[in-house]
Write a protein that binds this ligand. Structure first.
Ligand code: ADP
Ligand code: MG
Length: 282
């Protein structure tokens, strides 16, 4: 790791991580194994990774390298076999207790019988919180769905459903956002537009963010730090700090600096000179 990248990315798999500095995502020697019949599958092996509070971290890697497993552990949906995971210096249980965690998955997972408004309101209902006046309307407008308040998910396009999922993630005013390929199922153009919107929203209200993706360009475009994972067993292969200016605009993707990061990450993923076995899907 270069000196420059140490400034925002605090580590990889080695024990030199400084937990005290990792005020955002802070995972230490995280290992997760699953029992599969009589066999044991090591989904994640000894992963350590740290970022600062309110930074945007992407986990990049081929299918099956343990990205979702790390996200699920940070979300409190799964327990590590060993190691620790903190975000914003709190345990996931504490973050959940304070209702500050926003989550969105690849599949929007909306309730089909609920309208847009009622799907967005759901996390607050579950937490027993009455939304402030105007909050839901503001979120609907923020994600560009004004006019569709009373539509049901079946009446929306895939991109619109993912917007609802993002609004639902934001309704708790999250200090932590965990996004698992939130736009992965969408066409490239819609995906790029939604990434630009996600970035705008995150810039307006920063949150410590971890996004799982297998898109190199979107990882560079959005992130402060990109952690590249390698499969079998899932390990953090390399951590790259993305030192590109903010605010980031789509034109940035045509600059030599952007391409240099893209090339660097491709090389880590595929090796020099092309596509290797275990290529990134999507
Ligand atoms: P990614 O999100 O990078 O595609 P995952 O974290 O979903 O990868 O999975 C990593 C590995 O762990 C895969 O080999 C997967 O089959 C295995 N795995 C994930 N969840 C389970 C589970 N609940 N039971 C058994 N194996 C699992
Ligand atoms: Mg996954």
């Amino acid at each position: 790791m270069t000196e420059q990248s140490t400034a925002t990315a605090l580590c990889t798999t080695s024990p030199q991580t400084e937990p005290a500095l990792a005020t955002g995502v802070n995972i230490q020697s995280l290992t997760k194994t699953f029992a599969l019949g009589r066999k044991t599958v090591t989904a994640v092996e000894s992963a350590s990774l740290g970022t600062r509070q309110n930074s945007f971290l992407s986990l990049l890697g081929p299918s099956g390298c343990g990205k979702s497993t790390i996200l699920r552990i940070l979300a409190g949906l799964d327990k590590p076999t060993s190691g620790t995971a903190l975000i914003n210096s709190q345990s996931t249980a504490e973050i959940q207790r304070h209702h500050e965690l926003g989550i969105a998955f690849q599949d929007a997972a909306l309730l089909p019988w609920r309208t847009v408004t009622k799907n967005i309101r759901l996390p607050l209902e579950v937490a027993g919180i009455t939304p402030e006046k105007g909050l839901i309307e503001d979120l609907i407008s923020l994600v560009g769905l004004t006019g569709f308040e009373n539509a049901k998910p079946a009446q929306l396009s895939g991109g619109m459903r993912q917007r609802v999922a993002i609004a639902r993630c934001l309704v708790v005013k999250p200090t932590v956002m965990l996004l698992d390929e939130p736009f992965g199922a969408l066409d490239d153009m819609t995906r790029q537009r939604l990434n630009v919107e996600l970035l705008r929203i995150w810039t307006e209200k920063p949150a410590t963010t971890l996004m799982v993706t297998h898109g190199i360009a979107e990882a560079v475009f959005l992130s402060d730090v990109v952690a590249v994972m390698s499969p079998r067993p899932g390990r953090i292969a390399e951590v790259v700090a993305i030192d590109l200016p903010r605010p980031r605009v789509p034109e940035l993707m045509r600059t030599p600096e952007f391409h240099a990061y893209h090339d660097q990450l491709s090389e880590i993923l595929f090796g020099r000179g092309g596509v290797a076995a275990g290529a990134v899907e999507g």
